[in-house]
Design a binder for this molecule. Structure first.
Ligand code: ADP
Length: 577
């Protein structure tokens, strides 16, 4: 099969001077561009399918399509190593291997304890003291007894959680050891008994974090997220009232007050981060500093497993970080969730999670070439072997020209001086900051409507399948923000296995050019790691955890110099109650 490459110069020079755009046709001049194809495991929530259809993707059909003829495979459980090994260049998997090492409560506790031992308690004191039962029973009793015997100190409250359950199942809170019973493997954690209360209600934060590469380490934190409230007022005299002490939606939606209009909180049990931030600002709380501290927790936690994640490319991992803020505005890490819930339970879920899903697809950096799954190989219906690969990017091209075009459609106000990325980069300082911000700005000024996108729109208009009808119907759904097919034009940096070993394969001067850096912001995903050149360098050629931790330490000192650790003075936060 012959492939003809047409060089296309847009008549209006709209996106970049002298920049050629390539498109492939087969020898009959027939279009060979196809919609991107997703493959979902049956347990994946419907929202994922909805968003992908809205974007013009089609669903994998086992009967009709070859095994490899898909671009994204999404499931809630880990993939087999053979799936990772047989990955094709145009495919992505939604999990890295071995990431459960921080998503099971006991593994996380063990890893964080190890990191604390190596790098010191001042950095790793963000997770409540924990004991894994039954192994740590003796240690727990020793700690419990020591506390009881120390004069003038109020004994701690403890929370006991099964290590591999979620959604608040099997949780017990106690102060007296006689109330402590367990019949499976559990962790017993110090209970944060002074949570930040809003109108008397406890809450925690669900943060979405996407790792697009473990080597070089690349971490994006989502700027928007969920604040999840308990639906009854916090009260330490009723430890068995789950509606007052647990903030899981799966529990609180069954509470008697769930639907009621609760003073200061409203109906239901969720806020967006946007609402929470404006609430904090209205109470003169430095929400940026709070967010920087949360970002530090995310980086330090992920570093605990980074060296042990096998080198694999074409995957990403979406984590759900649960953070509880206490009444001194100290953020605590409660746990890290694997496959965080993407079900749409209420309108706030729809706002946050659908947008999140759109932005994940943007982050995945699908290129035009990912849709060309055409060439045949004997014995298969379609395969990659022998495929003509058409590079969209050539050496020397500026990354700013390849910026995701959806950035252009963002409101100016969304790229404000108060955005987390800018604050982080401002603290980081140096050339990295300037370049990163310039990339963001230029990205906005180059909206693109390429021949490819027009052709794809035309092809999709012609489609008569029920799938395409469903897609076009869902395009009108409220909350659908991104134009369909925007993803095919995204060609920004995504690290690959080859890049990881670049010191061996590619001259260093080539890689230090700015287009080998990740984008500082993709949709509402904000790059939190690497945050400066030193951090980037230390995470490229195998991850140098020690150097990275040192860089984070320096960053933390800049964010809040010793003596200025508090987000807000104690007398002020009492107004929250
Ligand atoms: P699950 O995976 O079952 O949701 P979590 O660790 O997230 O378990 O705990 C469930 C809820 O219990 C949290 O959302 C939070 O409200 C509360 N919680 C958990 N650990 C603590 C703690 N150490 N201190 C205070 N509250 C906690």
């Amino acid at each position: 099969q012959h492939t003809v490459i047409f060089i296309y110069f847009p008549p209006d020079n709209s996106f970049s001077e002298n920049k050629a755009h390539t498109m492939a046709y087969d020898h009959d001049g027939e279009d060979i561009l196809k919609p991107l194809v997703f493959r979902l495991h049956e347990s994946v929530p419907e929202a994922v399918r909805e968003v992908l259809l809205e974007r013009g993707w089609s669903e994998f059909d086992e009967q009709e399509q070859d095994d490899a003829d898909w671009n994204l495979y999404w499931q809630n459980s880990p993939f087999r190593m053979t799936d990772h090994r047989s990955i094709k260049p145009w495919q992505r998997l939604n999990h890295y291997p071995e990431t459960v090492r921080i998503t099971r409560k006991d593994y996380l506790a063990r890893h964080l304890k190890r990191m604390k031992g190596i790098y010191g308690p001042s950095l790793y004191e963000f997770s409540p003291v924990a004991f894994i039962m039954p192994n740590d029973y003796v240690k727990f009793i020793a700690e419990y007894t020591k506390e009881r015997q120390s004069q003038g100190k109020k004994p701690s409250y403890w929370i006991c959680k099964p290590v591999d359950l979620s959604r608040g199942r099997g949780i017990l809170i106690f102060q007296d050891i006689k109330d402590f019973v367990y019949d499976c493997m559990v962790i017993v954690q110090k209970y944060i008994s002074n949570p930040l209360l809003i109108s008397g209600y406890k809450s925690d934060l669900r943060l979405y974090v996407c790792v697009t590469s473990f080597c070089p380490l690349t971490i994006y934190a989502y700027d928007e997220g969920l604040v999840r409230f308990a639906t009854e007022k916090f009260d330490l005299s009723s430890l068995d009232n789950v509606y007052a002490h647990l903030t899981n939606t799966s529990i609180n939606k069954f509470g008697a007050s769930y639907k009621k209009n609760k003073e200061g909180i409203g109906h239901g049990c969720k806020w967006t981060f946007s609402k929470f931030r404006s609430y904090l600002r209205s109470h003169e709380v430095d929400d940026l500093l709070l967010w920087q501290r949360i970002n530090n927790i995310i980086m330090l936690t992920l570093l605990a497993i980074t060296p042990s994640v096998p080198l694999t490319s074409n995957c990403f991992e979406l984590f759900g970080f649960d953070i509880l803020i206490d009444d001194t505005f100290k953020p605590w890490l409660l746990e890290v969730n694997y496959s965080p819930a993407l079900r749409l339970d209420c309108s706030i879920d729809t706002t946050v999670k659908k947008r999140l899903l759109h932005d994940i697809i943007e982050l995945l950096n699908y290129k035009q070439t990912d849709t060309l799954r055409e060439n045949k190989e004997p014995g298969t219906k379609a395969s990659y072997a022998g495929r003509t690969h058409i590079p969209l990017r050539t050496q020397g091209e500026n990354a700013t020209d390849d910026a995701p075009n959806f950035l252009a459609s963002r409101q100016e106000s969304e790229w404000t001086a108060t955005s987390a990325v800018q604050s982080l980069l401002e603290v980081a300082g140096g050339s990295f900051k300037k370049e990163a911000i310039v990339i963001g700005k230029m990205a906005r000024t180059h909206p693109r409507k390429t021949l490819t996108s027009q052709l794809r729109e035309r092809m999709n208009r012609l489609k008569t399948s029920s799938q395409s009808k469903a897609a076009s119907k869902s395009k009108q759904l409220p909350g659908a923000r991104h134009p369909a097919h925007a993803s095919v034009q995204v060609t920004h940096w995504l690290p690959t296995t080859e890049l990881c070993n670049y010191k061996l394969t590619i001259p260093p001067y080539f890689l230090s050019t700015k287009d080998k850096r990740p984008f500082p912001r993709v949709g509402d995903f904000v790059l939190i790691f690497p945050f400066n050149d030193a951090a980037l360098e230390a995470s490229r050629n195998g991850v140098d955890v020690k150097s990275i931790v040192q860089e984070i330490h320096k960053l933390m000192n800049k964010q809040s110099p010793p003596g200025q650790q508090k987000v807000k003075k104690r007398k002020d936060y009492l107004t929250f109650r």
